[in-house]
Design a protein around this ligand. Sequence first.
Ligand code: DTR
Length: 341
Amino acid sequence: MKQNAFRMTFVLLAAIFACTVLPQTPVHAETISLSYANFPAATTFPCVQMERWKTEVEKRTAGKVVINTFPGGTLLDAKDMMDGVIAGQADIGNLCMAYQPGRFVLTNAMSLPLGVPNARAGSLILLELYQKYNPDAFSKVKVLTMFTTAPSNIMSRKPVQSLADLKGMNIRASGGAAEIIKLWGANQVGMPMSSTPEALQRGVVQGLFSSLEVMKDYQFAEVCRYVTLTETVVYPFAVVMNLERWNSLPPEIQKVMNDLSLEQSEWTGTYMDEHVREAVDWSKKEHQVVFTKFSEADQAQSQALLTPMVNTWIQEAQAKGIPGQAVVDDIHALIQKYNTN
Ligand code: DTR
């Protein structure tokens, strides 16, 4: 009995506290919490840039906005990202456009073999391209920023010194890079990066085609002791926000995020380029990874094999009402503009 009376008093006091004290605490009432979903592991560059954006937004809004980050596909995975954000399952999401080439046709021109030299240039070119063409694929979201990876290379369990070595090898790649590895004669296996560690471990694939920072971030150097430097395509990424949620934000918060867009793109590209250099050194030192290149003859042949890709993309894009030739011309011009490294 005594215990019951005590419990009742406690519940009553808690209710009085909740009704009187809590609503008067303005800090809690005004805080805007936003969820941010990401598909790969927390150590990878898409998540590093996510944490940097979170820190900057929280700092620049003086704590008015709190970003809750969900790496590793814990809220949305790679292929559900865009639709999940449109549906409001996450307020913000980071997606790799190359995983859905048919959906993001225009921006996927970035994964054509056009010679984008590094991630910083790639990121700035991509963002400028997006701003110029404003593709329909993003009409249902607010784009917060865009960036690309560094160029792709072959990481493999056994040495790949020639196109002949690559023939028939199971190599993981997605999007534009997948086309390339196929044209070079490999047996291309498609999957998002987040599924690659298991595929490598199980021997489903004997290597992958991607930017080299994953040698360290996913510890692929433990399994892939060989790298063939091809410095081919970059992969485009976008960070998108649910449109209704965006429209509900106060203008001063929107301004903070808009002001960060270009800066975040450049920051991510620069981080990526530096991190690739670090991962290469680390792989050599810690795992004695051997770096090699195709012979000059094979380099020329590998380039020649890719030539039809650009024209095919232009034709397919134009059939969908996208000015493919103009986009490719713009990318060439922007490479000149941003190729400062
Ligand atoms: N090259 C793409 C994109 C990519 C590169 N590094 C990472 C790390 C985590 C996720 C995606 C990526 C790819 O191979 O998927």
